[in-house]
Design a protein around this ligand. Structure first.
Ligand code: FES
Length: 205
């Protein structure tokens, strides 16, 4: 019997013991809980939102006390200030386990992966696609430091994903500004880079 805190996820009912300090997103992944993440745990996509529940849960055999999760942190506050977060929600990539806790995964945080069942095979596959999607948070225009949308998108890709040297065509340039405005200065960028290429080409946003 582990002395580590017990984490119970609902609605799946999946449960497991995790050392104090384990991010909820990590616990969810280890248990195979359907909890989304697009930004790689950087606290910018909010896809990993969860609702912790406190109190006595006889059904789960858990009593969750105050302090069962780490304190609300500056990354969560920054997200809430900028984009808003429903009261009671936490970011699963930021909140860490400190004690026994029940975690509800709201529907919008579930990935709903579609599973195509086929006969099992033991073939090893190396995934290295030339086309990938990246979620980025782009700085808003600032009249004191005038920069173009593409330039700020390039800075965001470099800072948030380490991607340098991007190029794109007119069709993307035309829709860049409306897409960024609509997405409140966030967007998902589809990049292509073949093995011989030196730059990433933005295929779509
Ligand atoms: S994984 Fe993106 S905010 Fe938590």
């Amino acid at each position: 019997m582990s002395n580590d805190p017990l984490v119970v996820f609902t609605p799946s009912g999946k449960r497991g013991h995790f050392p104090a300090g384990t991010p909820i997103l990590t616990a969810a992944r280890q248990l195979g809980v359907d909890l989304d993440s697009v930004c790689g745990g950087r606290g910018i996509c909010s896809k990993c939102q969860i609702t912790p529940s406190y109190g006595e849960f006889s059904k789960h055999g858990v009593t969750a006390k105050d302090g069962a999760l780490s304190e609300w942190n500056s990354v969560e506050q920054r997200y809430k200030d900028k984009r808003g977060l429903i009261d009671g929600r936490r970011l699963g990539c930021q909140a860490t386990v400190q004690g026994d806790i029940v975690i509800d995964v709201p529907p919008e945080s579930q990935v709903h992966r579609q599973v195509v069942r086929k006969a099992a095979s033991a073939r090893a596959m190396v995934m290295d696609p030339a086309v990938r999607s990246y979620y980025v948070e782009v700085a808003e225009p600032d009249m004191h430091t005038p920069t173009g949308d593409l330039e700020r998108l390039g800075i965001a890709l470099k800072e948030q994903w380490g991607i340098e040297d991007i190029t794109t065509g007119m069709s993307v340039l035309r829709k860049l500004q409306p897409v960024l405005r609509k997405g409140k200065w966030t967007c998902t960028v589809v990049l292509h880079k073949g093995h011989q290429d030196t730059v990433h080409r933005i295929l779509d946003i």
